[in-house]
Design a protein around this ligand. Structure first.
Ligand code: GTP
Ligand code: GTP
Ligand code: MG
Ligand code: MG
Ligand code: ZN
Ligand code: ZN
Lengths: 209, 209
């Protein structure tokens, strides 16, 4: 379809732009409320590098304000009636960040486990974040986004018993879909998995350069 | 836009079809994992009327099988790469249900708080279900779907403390968006709010006829 072709062309531009500025770009996808913003907040607090963020949502100010309060530059992208970011929105969002001064850019997509598969954004690494509270079938129900991701995070494991979710099944489902995907089980509330995530990002950066 | 006009025309057909068969149709919208299927399961177990279900999802068999195990007829609609149901999919899904034998049809939409606003399905009542585990900002972040709904459910209140969500704020946010919307706070795990929901449906049916 022409829309995807046009999108992928701009995604390529974004990718080259990041390379030109020597900025590593990570994009986060996940269902509504899976913990995307919480992970960004914890990440920017924990690392020394210069991080910029692009927060996409129906109304972006909620997440943008939360992230900005951690002292990092944020470009909010309000998508209006669209349920996903596309490369074109990202391209223009980048105009609001000073890429010269950044090491890493994180893009938080709109909560959605379906559309982002069709809309690449030009990042170097895609991370999918699901939470146990969505039900332990949420991985097997959404195979395409897992095939499309480099890293999978299963968050809120502190609540697994309360919702009756089997974390091991979720990890196995992800590996069934994409055998070489790295899976991190996480609880941002209890600080579990954050270091593992930071290491995974550092490894991805080292591998890329 | 022409797509919405065409969709709304078919939604009107669906609506008239339900009226012709004297079937009351409820459609459930909500984020991924908010509790839509769980509410359908509890509802069909609790009432005497003849209920048919249309379960929409990327891959519909997971929810369709779960609901079918409660002894009700289910038409599964696999949406493939679409992140929402539309009136055309519902129109053809209805061919799989025997409307002559049913009192109520429940349509479970794909997990999404954005697109369903633009795609009416032809139901008599729209119910939006959010859960406290998505964060207590999830209502204010998605005003349009609340404006578009007749009833709002805030589910999983048994987990409110564990995620630090303020249920009263969520209720107030819904009322701010749509002052006359009915809001039910629910825990399907602990059986809270189910009777209130059944009463709300019965009232909506009585008002309609
Ligand atoms: N118990 C628990 N709660 C968590 C954890 N991670 C995030 N939360 C809570 O989950 C809710 C949603 O987190 P967010 O970070 O806003 O999720 P998000 O994916 O950015 O949400 P959207 O941008 O609206 O799609 C908030 O109430 C968080 O405090 C966790 O590991 N455990
Ligand atoms: N603790 C708790 N868990 C709940 C409650 N309601 C549903 N759950 C759990 O939440 C998870 C998701 O529930 P589902 O009914 O599958 O949600 P859904 O909205 O149909 O999910 P999708 O169809 O995938 O969008 C399951 O593990 C349920 O057991 C509740 O009130 N409290
Ligand atoms: Mg967020
Ligand atoms: Mg469901
Ligand atoms: Zn979309
Ligand atoms: Zn959609």
């Amino acid at each position: 379809e022409n829309i995807m072709k046009a999108n992928n062309k701009i995604a390529e531009f974004n990718h080259k732009l990041f390379d030109g500025y020597n900025v590593f770009c990570i994009d986060f996808v996940g269902a509504i409320g899976s913990g995307k913003t919480s992970l960004i907040e914890k990440y920017v607090d924990a690392v020394d590098e210069k991080v910029g963020v692009m927060a996409g949502d129906l109304i972006s100010k909620y997440d943008a304000d939360r992230i900005e309060s951690h002292g990092v530059p944020v470009a909010g992208i309000s998508t209006g009636t669209e349920c996903h970011l596309d490369a074109h929105l990202v391209e223009h969002g980048l105009e609001e960040l000073d890429l010269d001064s950044l090491d890493t850019v994180i893009i938080e997509n709109v909560g959605n486990l379906i559309c982002p598969v069709d809309f690449q954004l030009g990042s170097h690494m895609r991370v999918v974040i699901v939470s146990v509270t969505e039900g332990d079938d949420t991985v097997e129900k959404h195979p395409y986004i897992f095939q499309d991701s480099d890293l999978a995070i299963i968050n809120k494991i502190d609540l697994a018993d309360a919702v009756g979710s089997d974390v091991d099944k979720m990890v196995a489902d992800a590996k069934k879909i994409k055998p070489d995907i790295q899976v991190i089980t996480m609880s941002l509330k209890e600080g579990i998995g954050l270091d593992e995530f930071i290491n995974a990002v550092n490894k991805a950066k080292a591998d890329y350069n």
